[in-house]
Write a protein that binds this ligand. Structure first.
Ligand code: ATR
Length: 473
């Protein structure tokens, strides 16, 4: 087989097929391969007219179809299947060839695979691909890790097929080895937080504000014209406006209130614990999904007493709505700040050189958390690339200042009324923790020294101290 393809895609389920079509539509010759050849045949039969595909029946044919250095993208299930496919192809490749894993791999697996393939002279690129099947076809946000040399070869292709915002591609080299998959994981964690915060805002507007889902859809549509402008707010309005055709009830009322997850939020939280990164809004969002699915426990708690109920007048409800917008925005800002800091912590831990402004840039399109807000984050990093926190930016700091009274009133109201706001309150507590002059951590240290002789440091002297507690008096 003549080597004519600039890229090969193996694994032609929905994501792989759509990415292959996206490459072909952008003028690349794409070799396509799948364990079960029927999928390859179906792709070429159905979409062959969209561009130049080379259908490969065997692994050998697939590799032979690729121009050198070869670019071979695998789009199979994360985990054992990815390892199996790497092991199938790696022996057929030569030094300088590239294997790209565009699946949702855990970054630690990507680091392991990168190291092992590097020792065999092969570039391994773990690339986060966001935006689901629609994004894969029409323009995803692409977060490749791996070596800079591999990006020099792959970058133009990724940038060509990625989403574009203001003419700029939503693809950039994130950092070496597993950095791309790490950043994709945090993206998903932030997505969990964003969705939970929006959910809490909805719950408050409904249970405290007294609005119907259709009215809340209108509120979200209005918010979507302001600083909260984002894909998630937009689709929330659509979901809330939707009526169930069978019953005529609001759609949201006929859906079982137990949230599922595929695991990337959990990975973010597990990794955050290892890194010591306090991503409290992301973890509350992840735990909120888990709690919603604890049906037995929910039944055991259901009849326990809660807050007090009172009605809001129309004017009060309007005021409350505006307060919720502030609370949502401020909490979202904190959730993103936590995610950003987690990326910084990982960059320190793993020696990645990650440009956080670029991360904001490539999340502006092609992914679930795309939002006008990300342009603001990008602008903040353009002013100061070494920002420790988003709140060190004057614009964001001013917005947090404006949000103080409403943010706190909303959370206080939620507590009085008995409406759960785990992510709102986690965000506010995080904010208050970090701005505190003194934290009760000093007391924790005292307790640790008391029961475990763990020692403590003093505010007025260097060194490490231990008190002989039995004798203290
Ligand atoms: P989706 O969820 O989009 O359907 P997926 O389940 O993540 O995708 O991936 C399925 C793809 O991985 C398929 O192309 C599948 O090949 P088959 O069509 O032959 O089932 C591929 N795949 C899964 N395990 C594999 C393995 N061990 N070796 C090769 N390909 C494998």
């Amino acid at each position: 087989m003549k080597a004519t393809a600039q890229i090969g895609v193996t694994g032609l389920a929905v994501m792989g097929r759509n990415l292959a079509r996206n490459f072909a539509r952008h003028g690349y010759t794409v070799a396509v391969h799948n364990r079960t050849p029927a999928r390859t045949k179906a792709l070429v039969e159905e979409f062959g007219h969209e561009g130049a595909f080379v259908a490969a029946g065997t692994a050998e044919e697939f590799v032979a179809a690729l121009e050198r250095p070869r670019r071979l993208m695998i789009m199979v299930q994360a985990g054992a299947a990815t390892d199996a496919v790497i092991e199938e192809f790696a022996p057929l490749l030569e030094s300088g060839d590239m294997i790209i894993d565009g699946g949702n791999a855990h970054f630690a697996d990507t680091r392991r695979r990168e190291q092992s393939l590097r020792e065999r002279g092969i570039h391994f690129v773990g690339a986060g691909v966001s935006g689901g099947e629609e994004g894969a076809l029409n323009g995803p946000s692409i977060m490749p890790g791996g070596s800079p040399e591999s990006y020099a070869s792959l970058g133009p292709m990724f940038e060509s097929i990625s989403a574009k915002v203001d003419g700029e591609p939503c693809a950039t080299h994130i950092g070496t080895d597993g950095a791309g998959h790490f950043v994709k994981m945090v993206h998903n964690g932030i997505e969990y937080a964003d969705m939970q915060l929006i959910g809490e805002a909805y719950d408050l507007l409904r249970r405290v504000g007294g609005y119907t889902p259709a009215q809340i859809a209108e509120i979200f549509r209005r918010w979507n014209k302001g600083r909260l402008d984002s894909y998630l707010i937009e689709i929330t309005a659509e979901v809330l406006a939707h009526s169930d055709p069978a019953s005529g009830a609001p759609f949201v009322d006929v859906v079982v209130d137990a949230a599922g997850q595929k695991g990337t939020g959990r990975w973010t939280v597990q990794t955050a614990l290892d890194l010591g990164s306090p991503v409290t809004a992301i973890s509350q969002a992840t735990f909120a999904r888990a709690a919603s699915s604890q049906s037995g426990l929910r039944a055991a708690y259901r009849d326990l007493p809660g807050g007090t109920h009172w009605e809001l007048s129309a004017t009060e409800a309007e005021r409350f709505t505006s307060q919720v917008e502030h609370a949502l925005y401020a909490s979202k800002l904190i959730a993103y700040d936590q995610g950003w800091k987690m990326i910084l912590d990982a960059a320190d831990e793993y020696g990645w050189d990650i440009d956080l402004g670029e991360v904001a840039k490539i999340w502006r399109g092609g992914c679930i958390i795309r939002a006008a807000f990300l342009d603001r984050i990008r602008a903040a990093y353009a002013v100061d690339p070494a920002l420790v926190s988003l709140l060190s930016d004057a614009g964001f700091a001013a917005e947090i200042k404006d949000a103080q009274v409403p943010w706190r009133e909303v959370i206080a109201t939620a507590a009085r009324r008995g409406v759960p706001v785990p992510a709102f309150s986690a965000a506010l507590s995080y904010y208050d923790t970090l701005r505190a002059d003194r934290l009760p951590a000093a007391l924790t240290q005292g307790q640790r020294d008391y029961f475990g002789a763990h020692t403590y440091r003093r505010t007025d002297r260097d060194g490490s101290f231990h008190t002989l507690w039995g004798e203290a008096g």
